[in-house]
Design a protein around this ligand. Structure first.
Ligand code: NOJ
Length: 754
């Protein structure tokens, strides 16, 4: 059961996959993502948020304060001026007027605010229609006869970093005009410095009635030194009908709504037409047509059904009636929902990440392991994209920008390519169809049609086979999974124990795939045996496995060291790779609990490096207990859940899973200190060596999403997709006598019962 805590400002409604936040003053923005696959937004519990089209790097349509205070704005702003002249917002911000009643409900694909002030209740529902529009549906209930409603978004210059540098010139390239045919203010840009000039979309704010006034100039809307709480337009009671040929654009529209029979309604549509400058008249006409479609209630209703069905079908691919509500909730809603978000956004965009990071090769390859269970077609397309970014020698590049003509990040890492087999296996197992493994895909630096998917995977293993150090372990290069491990290999001779273990698991998956299509895997078997032997011969430290060798062959992660004596990943991966004896694996995991355990999860290493090797050459820049240097690292913690499940230690495994359930961790740490959403995993929780112990940060976009979901649904609840079909091997915890799982697999729903 959930711990009872009446003081927490949120509650869950599991049947409808919802969380409802009842106090908008959360310690950090608690967001939800809305999307149709190309038009995306995140929105916070207080109405802050960002809208972007395809790429949050180059097509950031609205603005969001990622680095400056006050936090969490601008966003999808709506002010109400009621009959008494009171100004308030259903999302509390931006007006920040005290409300009699407030709630924000996030659910897959939509967010609803409900607030009451005096005699009036407002319900604002936000979602994104397939028809390239963000839809704001406002319902009013109350005694007022008329209210004024103002909807507004600030428009950005699309490329955030360029805007920071050059915005003061480029603002003369933006225009907003009122367009009666479209039905509201229309923004377009001749942003000559933008590297995707021709694709910059035209944006319009329209409504299902008529605007009484509008603004295209943000500064006219707010007034000089005006505030978001009470913009000039609200003081005046109407917008200034400002158009803009240079300056800071916004799209603002005001309507006076008459309530009939105690209710009033308005819809606002923030919609876009791509490629404005390629065909301006055509684009304008498309905006006119789209606005007309969106105003048609039947069309809009069908769009809503489509959107809801998209989210529902993915989220409900897995369902359990597990008797512990916190577990069932994560499995049935929030775990899979977050996997969709990381599948879409990799590690790039959230209330704390500004969107410039593109697609991380290793990150997205791992994300596809969970996406495959909900939407194997999507996972397959993404993996094919990644394979097109693998080099002929087998290694892969590090970051790519599939939605932008930007150069990828090409640094060499010893692990990127080794994640491919994990995703390929999950995708093949999900569909049961081996034919795609013979599909040809070009190499990044190759010519012609390339080689088969399976050959790409074999080549990934060969890269590692051919790039071993003096102990026979993979050379680290820039890093392994751990971004900063390259610190120990600046001269290129450092070796990674984790990558060696990862290789063993990855190679095992390729071997199985070879068997599935009847190809020989002798070469792979030899590689596995060699790697296993190197690990077993060189990497046991006495009570745990070391983590790496540095350039000079010194062990990293050894009891002999002053800092970073023990690292989590080489212990967990020794179990996942089944290297060493079972006694060693158990001893390694026992050392993990003893030396890395905290009440809210496992630290990535301990003790945190104060200095390495001199004060002037800090290990990572992270203070002890922070980030990569000894925080509770949730992504790595997930592998410990899996390791304990695979070792057959259910109590340990379930305890570890529960430690990171966001709602439970928040309760343990306390709302203010924990800070992040109670419904999404974070990248890391600051460890006990820091004064900020318990602060959960980098929420939403983390590899913890996929691996915690895999750990729960596959390793604990026990439903695993295998090449031969579904396997059910539950790991039962004490006190649980039975449960069942429904899993959609290869087009059919299967039911398992304990
Ligand atoms: C976050 C990075 O996005 C990811 O690629 C990396 O594996 C982890 N940090 C651990 O260093």
């Amino acid at each position: 059961m959930s711990l009872p805590d009446a003081n927490l400002p949120y509650s869950f409604t599991d049947a409808t996959h919802e969380v409802t936040i009842t106090d908008p003053r959360t310690p950090s923005p608690w967001i939800n993502y809305l999307s149709n696959g190309t038009l995306h937004a995140f929105v916070s519990q207080a109405g802050g948020g960002l809208l972007w089209w395809k790429s949050a790097y180059s097509m950031r349509l609205t603005r969001y304060r990622h680095v400056v205070s006050p936090m969490d704005g601008p966003g999808f702003y709506l002010w109400i001026k009621d009959i008494d002249g009171q100004v308030w917002s259903p999302s509390w911000r931006p007006a920040m007027t005290e409300l009699e009643d407030f709630s924000c409900t996030h659910r897959p694909g939509s967010t609803t605010f409900r607030a009451t002030k005096g005699n009036l209740t407002a319900i604002l529902h936000l979602w994104i229609a397939d028809d390239n529009a963000m839809v704001w549906e406002l319902d009013l209930e109350g005694q007022d006869s008329e209210v004024d409603v103002f909807a507004m978004v600030e428009i950005s210059q699309m490329d955030w970093s360029s805007e920071a540098n050059w915005g003061y010139y480029c603002r003369h390239m933006h225009q907003v005009k009122n367009n009666p045919e479209v039905g509201g203010p229309v923004y377009f840009s001749h942003h000559g410095h933008h590297f995707r000039l021709k694709e910059i979309p035209l944006m319009a704010l329209t409504t299902d009635g008529q605007f009484d006034s509008f603004d295209g100039s943000r500064d006219e809307f707010y007034g000089p030194y005006g505030s978001e709480n009470l913009p000039a337009a609200l003081t005046q009671g109407r917008c200034s009908n400002s158009e803009l040929t240079s300056g800071e654009p916004c799209l603002a529209g005001h309507r006076r709504i008459t309530l009939k029979g105690g209710t009033g309604h308005a819809k606002f549509f923030l919609h876009l037409e791509p490629n404005t400058l390629a065909d301006f008249p055509g684009t304008l006409q498309a905006a006119v047509d789209r606005a007309a479609r969106l105003r048609d209630p039947h069309w809009l209703a069908s769009q809503k059904v489509k959107s809801e069905e998209w989210w529902r079908s993915r989220i409900e691919a897995f369902r359990t009636d597990y008797p512990d509500v916190d577990i069932a909730r994560m499995a049935n809603t929030w775990g899979s929902l977050q996997c969709i978000q990381t599948g879409r956004y990799s590690r790039a965009v959230s209330a704390s990440a500004p969107g410039v990071r593109g697609v991380g090769f290793r990150d997205t390859a791992q994300d596809m392991v969970s996406v495959a269970t909900m939407d194997p077609g999507w996972a397959r397309e993404t993996l094919l994209l990644l394979l097109r970014h693998q080099y002929q020698d087998g290694h892969a590049l590090h970051y790519l920008y599939p939605n932008d003509p930007l150069p990828p990040v090409t640094s060499v890492h010893c692990d990127n390519h080794l994640w491919l087999p994990f995703a390929a296996y999950a995708i093949t197992a999900e569909s049961g169809d081996p034919t795609w493994l013979s599909q040809k895909v070009p190499y990044y630096d190759g010519e012609g049609e390339g080689v088969t998917v399976l050959e790409h995977l074999r080549q990934a293993l060969r890269f590692t086979d051919g790039n071993l150090g003096s102990h026979g372990l993979p050379l680290i290069y820039r890093s392994d999974w751990n971004d900063i491990i390259g610190k120990f290999s600046q001269e290129g001779r450092g070796e990674s124990v984790m990558a060696a273990m990862q290789y063993v698991v990855a190679a095992g998956k390729v071997q199985e795939l070879c068997g599935f299509v009847g190809e020989s895997s002798d070469e792979i078997e030899a590689g596995i045996a060699k790697m296993r032997q190197a690990i077993e011969q060189h990497c046991w430290d006495g009570e745990w496995w070391i983590r790496a060798f540095d350039d000079d062959g010194h062990p990293i992660g050894s009891a002999k060291n002053e800092f970073g004596k023990i690292w989590l990943n080489s212990q967990t991966w020794s179990v996942l790779a089944e290297v060493g004896t079972r006694e060693q694996q158990i001893q390694a995991m026992d050392s993990v609990h003893r030396l890395l355990g905290t009440e809210v999860g496992l630290r990535k290493l301990a003790p945190g490096f104060a200095t390495y090797p001199h004060v002037t050459d800090a290990f990572s820049g992270y203070g002890p207990g922070c980030g990569e240097n000894g925080a509770v690292f949730c992504h790595a913690h997930a592998w410990a859940v899996m390791a304990e499940a695979q070792l057959g230690r259910p109590d340990q495994a379930w305890k570890l899973y529960r430690q990171l359930v966001p709602h439970l961790a928040l309760q343990k740490v306390g709302l203010k200190r924990y800070s992040s959403e109670p419904y999404a995993f974070v990248s890391n929780i600051v460890g006990p060596e820091s004064i900020h112990f318990g602060w959960a940060n980098v929420s939403q976009i983390t590899g913890a999403a996929t691996w915690m979901h895999v750990a729960l649904t596959q390793d604990l609840l026990g439903v695993k997709a295998r090449l031969g079909g579904l396997q059910f091997s539950p790991v039962l915890e004490a006190g649980v006598t039975g449960y069942s799982v429904e899993r959609v697999f290869r087009g059919e729903k299967h039911r398992f019962t304990v």
